[in-house]
Ligand binder design. Structure first.
Ligand code: PLP
Length: 394
């Protein structure tokens, strides 16, 4: 049977592949600890589950909804943007999507023509480049670098800007690095994007998972001109522990949102109705569970970070947000006789029974990604096994 070039060229998601591999080993009875997936380990808060159940039993969840989402949820997104960003949007400037992932996919379909370029800071979330390619665009990668906390500068962006540059993706706090751009850094990037008419795709999905004294500044809040130049991508997956419900949203220019709505109408029809009612409760109901989960992540990070930093050869920056550590393991690998991070990660899984994600999928082949969205018992035992693995190999 024929397969399209597009499908053949597409890289599978390394994070989902790593998680699947760990699950397969577990199914064979191997005691594997998986620190692969990017999802909170908490059950969705009760009030949110109950809202979905009520939508189902009342019949509200039985039918198609508007392609851009139910009006109440779009209004809740408008209110969310007012409360958390201090920005005024209209309902026509919002769309509810099947997760933030589909918001991004749909956005690239809406804005890119063949060979249009999208600047993607490295390390990047695994799906950005592949989604750009699916829209026939070209991902242009710019390396943030360890010394600058993996963040890119305007000078670097200016070097890769061409007539074909249509958009830049800013993901702060970042998956996989956990780093947050400062207000000054974002202002410089925002002004540069405005001057050159480059759309800012602000993936703010980790914006409420920020730790210690760090502060998240959404780029859209930095000036009216920057707000107009920005499409904000967000969702309920990470903040409310709702990855399985698949609800995200995009906010910005009404013309782009309208195009995205048309694409949704011809592809997904609408996000699952019951999930939309759940997301409505998430955004408008009791917010106390958000802070409880954030504090739990912060406590784990503060305990885990020194333990990871103490593994021989590891160089690691302390993340400011999200729920990942992204250590450089080049020296550790050299000590243990590895020069390929994929092989290192594979052996750590098969021999050490700890599943991590290779940094290669994020454009950083000297790094591994460790998700600390797991219980402390699991994290502590995983670190013990990682130490043991490295000691055995040295
Ligand atoms: N953006 C980033 C940076 C992510 O890490 C993820 C999930 O891993 C998403 C977007 C997509 O989230 P969802 O589709 O679950 O809303």
């Amino acid at each position: 049977m024929k397969l399209s070039q597009r499908a053949q060229k597409l890289e599978p998601s390394v994070t989902l592949a790593a998680a699947a591999k760990a699950k397969a080993l577990k199914a064979q009875g191997v005691d594997v600890l998986s620190l692969t997936v990017g999802e909170p380990d908490f059950i969705t808060p009760k009030n949110i589950e109950e809202a979905a159940i009520a939508a189902i039993t009342s019949g509200k969840a039985s039918f198609y909804t508007q392609s851009a989402g139910i009006p109440e949820l779009r209004q809740a997104v408008v209110d969310y943007m007012k409360n958390y960003y201090g920005l005024d949007y209209k309902v026509e400037e919002t769309i509810i999507t099947d997760g933030a992932k589909y918001a991004l996919y749909n956005l690239f379909q809406a804005i890119l023509d063949k060979d249009d370029e999208v600047i993607i800071p490295v390390p990047y979330w695994v799906s950005y480049g592949e989604q750009v390619k699916l829209a026939e665009g070209i991902p242009v990668y710019v390396n943030g670098g360890f010394e600058n906390d993996f963040k890119v500068t305007v000078a670097q962006l200016e070097k890769v800007r061409t007539d074909k540059t249509v958009a830049i993706i800013i993901n702060s706090p970042s998956n996989p690095t956990g780093m947050i751009y400062t207000k000054e850094e974002l202002t410089a990037i925002g002004n540069w994007a405005v001057e050159n008419d480059i759309l800012i795709v602000a993936d703010d999905i980790y914006g409420r998972l920020v730790y210690d004294d760090n502060k998240f500044t959404p780029i859209a809040t930095l000036s009216d001109a920057i707000a107009k130049q920005t499409i904000v991508i967000n969702g309920v997956s990470k903040t409310y522990s709702m990855t399985g419900w698949r609800i995200g949203f995009a906010v910005g220019d009404a013309k782009i949102i309208k195009a995205m709505t048309t694409i949704a109408s011809q592809s997904t029809s609408n996000p699952t109705a019951a999930s939309q009612y759940a997301a409505l409760e998430a955004l408008t109901g009791d917010q106390s569970s958000v802070e409880k989960m954030r504090v739990a992540f912060e406590e784990r990070l503060n305990k885990l970070y020194p333990l990871i930093a103490a593994i021989p050869g590891v160089e690691v920056k302390k993340p400011q947000g999200a729920f990942y550590l992204f250590p450089n393991v080049k020296k550790t690998m050299a000590m243990c006789g590895y020069d390929d991070v994929n092989v290192f990660v594979e052996d750590l899984l098969e021999e050490g029974h700890v599943a991590l994600v290779t940094g290669a999928g994020f454009g950083a082949p000297e790094n591994v990604r460790i998700s600390y969205a797991a219980s402390w018992d699991v994290l502590e035992e995983a670190v013990r096994r990682m130490h043991k693995f490295v000691e055995n190999k040295r």
